[in-house]
Ligand binder design. Structure first.
Ligand code: KG4
Ligand code: ZN
Length: 351
């Protein structure tokens, strides 16, 4: 049995998890409330709070797993993409701990972690896993991609956003309505009371399986400015309908390309992952469309949708099995450009 400690610090959540093979023993997440009053994540503050949180969070993860650091077989950490100052805290901590315990280090791509969270097992929980190859719509605060998952460590990105991510679209639209950050979950809950057909917004036409969300954000802003000029209480009086309508538009945009990708590839196992996969409207639509198109659909449990170290540990487990270890001089990477970082190429991820 392999015991892996996972460490995640790419944005504003400090998280540590312990995995025994594929079974989760603990998954501790410390959220940073400090950013709420700024309406977005402040990188410098995030990095400092990670420094305060990392030791207690790892300590708690080991305690909850009922093991000590001497029982560990490897340490997996998020190398990127993310905020450099935040990543540095997790990367440095992981290196220090691995060096002191003489354990192998495993670098993990945060996005790959989101996707592989579908393979986490929990004691006493019956679960059906996607069969390979499967299609995954990865929707987070920084990324929107359609990925063909050929094997655990062999991903092909067949479509992605050319500008904003789906999570950014949620957060920016929430911000112009004066809703708190992060706006995605707030829109999700207000949308439940609203009419998704109340307002309609233009959907972009983007080639292949790619996405664009920046136009939607701008047209939503202009639409609101016009309405507020006529009636200053417009947002307050129509909040639920606005949330339901903007959420439906974002989901429509996401599903159009996903349906095209599923038809083209012929893949019937279709999953969603990443922070936006916590959206109840998106999950409902995936299930609904899945019935129409004969898909087996996979929606992660809510606790595995947003950033967590369990997903880093499970990716670490698949890399451990192939002895894909990283040296001590590895540095974090902030962005996902080719050549700057390990991409989702099979050459980078398979053994
Ligand atoms: O994956 P994640 O935790 O962090 C990144 O890797 O970016 O995703 C965060 C994003 C934020 O944009 C947040 O608003 C969005 O996920 N999000 C949601 C929901 N919960 C989180 N968006 C829509 N509905 C939700 N329920
Ligand atoms: Zn994430």
């Amino acid at each position: 049995m392999i015991k892996i400690l996972g460490i995640e610090s790419s944005c504003d959540d400090t998280s540590a998890a312990v995995l025994c093979d594929r079974t989760l023993l603990s998954n501790v997440i410390a959220n940073q409330k400090v950013h709420e009053k700024y309406g977005g994540v402040i990188p410098e503050l995030a990095s400092r709070v990670h420094q305060q949180n990392i030791i207690p969070v790892v300590d708690m993860a080991l305690k909850e797993a009922n093991i000590t650091k001497n029982d560990l077989d490897a340490i997996a950490y998020t190398r990127g993409p993310g905020l450099l100052g935040s990543l540095l805290v997790g990367v440095s901590f992981a290196k220090g701990l691995a060096a002191s315990l003489d354990l192998p280090l495993i670098e993990v791509n945060h996005l790959q972690g989101h996707v592989l969270s579908h393979f986490l097992e929990e004691q006493g929980v019956e679960k059906i896993f996607p069969s390979l190859p499967f299609l995954c719509l990865l929707v987070s605060g920084g990324h929107t991609q359609i990925i063909v998952v050929k094997d655990y460590l062999d991903f092909e990105v067949i479509g992605e956003t050319i500008d904003d991510a789906a999570g950014e679209a949620f957060d920016k639209c929430a911000k112009v309505m004066g809703l708190p950050y992060p706006g995605g979950p707030v829109i999700d809950s207000l949308a439940k009371e609203g009419n998704p057909e109340a307002f309609s917004f233009a959907k972009p036409k983007v080639a292949d399986y790619n996405y664009s969300f920046s136009g939607l954000k701008t047209s939503f802003l202009y639409f609101l400015q016009k309405k507020i000029a006529e009636n200053p209480a417009f947002v307050e009086e129509n909040k639920a309908d606005l949330c339901a309508s903007i959420q439906k538009t974002i989901i429509d945009i996401l599903m159009i390309q996903l349906i095209k990708a599923a038809a083209k590839t012929g893949i019937k196992d279709v999953a969603i992952a990443g922070g936006v996969s916590a959206n109840s409207g998106l999950a409902d639509r995936l299930r609904h469309d899945g019935q129409i198109y004969g898909w087996n659909v996979f929606v992660p449990e809510r606790k595995f949708t947003t950033d967590n170290a369990a997903m880093i540990a499970i990716t670490g487990f698949f890399k451990f099995r192939k002895s894909l270890f990283s040296p001590l001089d590895v540095t974090p990477f902030a962005r996902s450009e080719k050549g700057v970082r390990p991409n989702f190429d099979s050459s980078d991820f398979s053994g």
